[in-house]
Design a protein around this ligand. Structure first.
Ligand code: NAP
Ligand code: ZN
Ligand code: ZN
Length: 351
């Protein structure tokens, strides 16, 4: 076992503060990683503040990890010391259930081991601790290769915001000839824009923030609609094939349902702490519209997404912060004041 410097919360109301944690020495199939950067996902904030009501403390968040391999176990095949790697939202799963066999470990029927707030199978600590820390040890099966072509800080958000938007766009085959809506221009939304654009779709951004119109266009939107303007919203009726909704707050989904063409799909990835107002059934019946959900993505698909990003030169638009600024960053995230992902430089926690 070795010590790692970290930042964590001791309760739903306490700020994130320095804490020392234990990490395991690499076992045969493990990779030890020196964490360089970690993205700040809105899920980190939901967890720290116990908004989903299943947080264990201390909570050390962070599941958008980029680092370099510092040690490998005797049976590690995919990685060597010095490699640039990533770790996302999962560090293990049962590997035998139908979902795991289908490379969909995020839907593991035994429950995936998430990067933080999950029981630690190795007993190094009661629960897993995330990437707001200087080092982590992970089974190589859950470690991703990251191209040296990508800026490592800007690549960190790909590990959650990237895969969470890439996976549904890929699963529901978004592409040329389709009109696609992205709801919310935050960490997830800005990656959704980049991917939907790169996949060849015509993209419409829905934002509550008039100040984000120009950025929306630069990031890949062909059209930007201010979602607080009822007339502009009404004009979108029956016009979209697919909508990816990333909002972190409850809101009326019927407005978006009515924008779908016949057989269109409304995909929810945002995870608000309280339910949305009820969905009306008739607009769904009369156009065979559907609503679906999607959780991150499997390891194989995450690697495909990272390779797609290296090929198309896609990374996040980020604001780098030292670890000590994390509480301020959380406050700004609540106010939708992020362009478009905070990334922690872990050099601020070393030495
Ligand atoms: P984020 O960066 O904070 O972005 C959320 C965006 O939602 C904001 O930028 C804002 O966009 C909009 N928004 C926020 N507050 C609003 C309000 N009061 N009214 C209307 N719009 C509001 O968050 P994120 O990291 O992208 O995460 C978004 C959600 O996805 C969170 O709930 C997170 O937990 C969840 N998530 C789910 C998965 C999954 O696997 N399904 C994975 C990661 C995250 P505008 O300013 O453009 O309106
Ligand atoms: Zn996340
Ligand atoms: Zn499984």
């Amino acid at each position: 076992m070795f010590k790692s410097n970290a930042y964590g919360a001791q309760s739903a109301t306490s700020p994130l503060a320095p804490i020392s944690i234990n990490r395991r020495d690499p076992l045969a199939k493990d990779v030890q990683i020196d964490i360089l950067f970690c993205g700040v996902c809105h899920s980190d904030l939901h967890f720290v503040r116990n908004e989903w009501k299943f947080t264990s403390y201390p909570c050390i968040p962070g599941h958008e990890i980029i680092g370099r391999v510092t040690k490998v176990g005797s049976e590690v095949k995919k990685f060597k010391v010095g490699d640039m790697v990533g770790v996302g939202c999962m560090v293990d799963s049962c590997r035998t259930c139908p979902s795991c066999r289908d490379n969909l470990e995020q839907y593991c029927e035994a429950g995936s081991t998430f990067t933080y707030n999950a029981p630690d199978k190795h007993g190094t600590a009661p629960i897993t601790y995330g990437g707001y820390s200087t080092a982590v040890t992970v089974d190589e099966a859950f470690v991703l290769k990251v191209s040296e072509k990508l800026n490592p800080a800007a690549a960190a958000p790909l590990l959650c915001a990237g895969i969470t938007t890439f996976s549904p766009l890929h699963t529901w085959k978004v592409g040329k000839g389709q009109r696609v809506g992205i709801v919310g221009l935050g960490g997830l939304g800005h990656m959704g824009l980049k991917f939907a654009h790169a996949m060849g779709a015509q993209v419409v951004l829905f934002t509550t923030s008039p100040g984000k119109i120009e950025d929306g266009k630069r990031l890949g939107a062909d059209e930007v609609v201010i979602s607080k303007d009822p007339d502009a919203m009404a004009k979108q009726a029956n016009s979209l094939d697919f909508i990816l909704n990333t909002l972190s707050v409850p809101h009326d989904l019927n407005v978006y349902m009515n924008m779908l063409k016949r057989d269109g799909t409304l995909c929810l990835v945002g995870a608000p702490e309280r339910p949305h107002p009820p969905l009306e059934v008739f607009p769904m019946l009369f156009k065979r519209r559907r609503v679906v959900g999607s959780l991150i993505g499997g390891i194989k698909e995450t690697q495909e997404m990272l390779d797609f990003c290296a090929k198309h030169n896609i990374v996040s638009d980020i604001e780098t912060i030292p670890m000590q600024k994390i509480n301020e960053a959380f406050e700004r995230m609540v106010r939708s004041d992020v362009k478009y992902r905070f990334v922690i430089d872990l050099a601020s926690l070393k030495g």
